[in-house]
Design a protein around this ligand. Sequence first.
Ligand code: AGP
Length: 612
Amino acid sequence: MCGIVGYIGEQNAYPIIINGLKKLEYRGYDSAGVAINNLKNINVYKKKGKVSDLEAFTKGKDISGTIGMGHTRWATHGVPNDVNAHPHTSMNGKFVIIHNGIIENFAVLKKKLVARNYTFKSETDTEVLADLIEYIYLFGKVNAETAVRLALNKVIGAYGLVVMCTDEPDKLICARNSSPLVIGYGDNEYFIASDATPFVQYTKKAVYLDNQNLAVITRDSVTVKTIKNDVINPDIQQIDFDSDEAEKGGYRDYMLKEIYEQPKSILETIRGRVYENENAIKLGGLLDVMPKLLNARRIIIIGCGTSWHAGLVGEYLIEEYARIPVEVEYASEFRYRNPILTQDDVVIAISQSGETADTLAAIQLAKAAKACVIGICNVVGSSISRETDAGVYTHAGPEIGVASTKAFSTQVTVLAMIALLLGKCKYMIGQQQYHQLLTELLSIPEKIEHTLQSAAKVEEVAKLYKDSRNFLYLGRGCYYPVALEGALKLKEISYIHAEGYPAAEMKHGPIALIDDKMPVVVIATQDKGYEKIVNNIQEIKARKGKIIAIVSEGDTVISKMADHVLEVPKFDTAIGAITTIVPLQLLSYYIAIMRGCNVDQPRNLAKSVTVE
Ligand code: AGP
């Protein structure tokens, strides 16, 4: 959470910082602030609200300078207001700092600073860090870099931060531990950001800082060190996406764009990995760990939110096709419950951002137990992708909308590929069935494209139910996690209470909720559980619930029972299950828009949850 941008070079820093912050607003939008250095003064402006509020606030003010930094906040310590907004300035004005993360021992450090007559304006942990750096600088009589380094050695917690010092105005010092930080290398200019989107239009050369690393950046050099002062030769990488991928491209919102991008994203996910002619799936990122995977005693899938839902679909697919026992756990629960893990277990960690704190901590736990850990991430170079033993990128392209859409469908696509690859290697799937499954997998982009053409019908249904106070989502087998994901989408962007449930479980409790005002979304495509789900629909009907059914094209049975049917193309195997999420994403999208909600930046949420 929180987005960070820094710039040092020959251009005016302010517009680069502001535009960069707009691209990082998905990380938090409680307040925003900038510090612009014109080598005489460091002007700090900060405001509660969005980056646009900050922009309005800075109108007519001095924003000159070619060195600057900015922050968009998701509040942890202290309510969202102007005072708690970043940047924070140290008590004697020597240091200005922006920070993403949590300084866990801030209370202890604060107490010590108070004993040395430091006073604080804000409730934040970040201001404590600014003062700690200043205290070390003034009383230790060291330079700014050393002060930052020594201070970070006293800190417990997560940080991605940028520091300016009034006495050393021609540099930026940045550091990272558990919160992401990337340095963009331009010509006589450098950029710092929480991810590469703010600077990819200027340069594609970047260094992803490692944990407990610090960089001192001037106009013509970058020096990377550990916080123990060991110099590091950074690995300069090439960023593999274009700036327009992170733009709205004519769509009203990022979320809608990302829903519509799914056919293309899934094509990217399977590109170079599925070979229909050779009847083969090749996942280069898993080559080294294939023996581990094939001999795994069990696979444990961990993730949070949507990624956890994708994991549940993965459980179904891997058990169905590879016959390896799978357990799926919330990373946040797994990390704290002393799980029994051995080196015969394989852990698959799923994360769009690759930065989710709970998932990262769960990975570290699994590694300590010597389990093999595989990552499924979207963001290249992210912490999780670097922390894991092996992995498969989803290649969905930047996902900016806070509500995950293409991340989910591409994660499920990767899990389907893993399931089929393992199933084939373990001789659980015959050649002919394998070929049918590959064909189905390859047809998904087209089927999603086709499903998207029914958006207007989904919009009509949304119109009828936009004022409902509750929704129930039901599904069986691999559609149960799709139901959970549909409910999560509605909750997070429209603020309507929604619950996902296994359809057959309904009669063990939730059926009591059903009356003539309750919309029940049922995933009822024609496959294994079809007859059972038809029975469940009858049960809802008998209680006068309003049924919105997701059905296979041409279904004439359910269309007679349901109040509304939304069709998806027919498919023969569970591999096609991904398609059913599309009408649910659209339904939540249209309802939220009709209720006047900001779908890209729903209240209280942030895209990557880098705190516990
Ligand atoms: C989904 O719409 C949410 N924004 C959220 O549940 C998200 O999936 C979760 O925070 C996990 O994020 P990650 O995939 O980046 O780890």
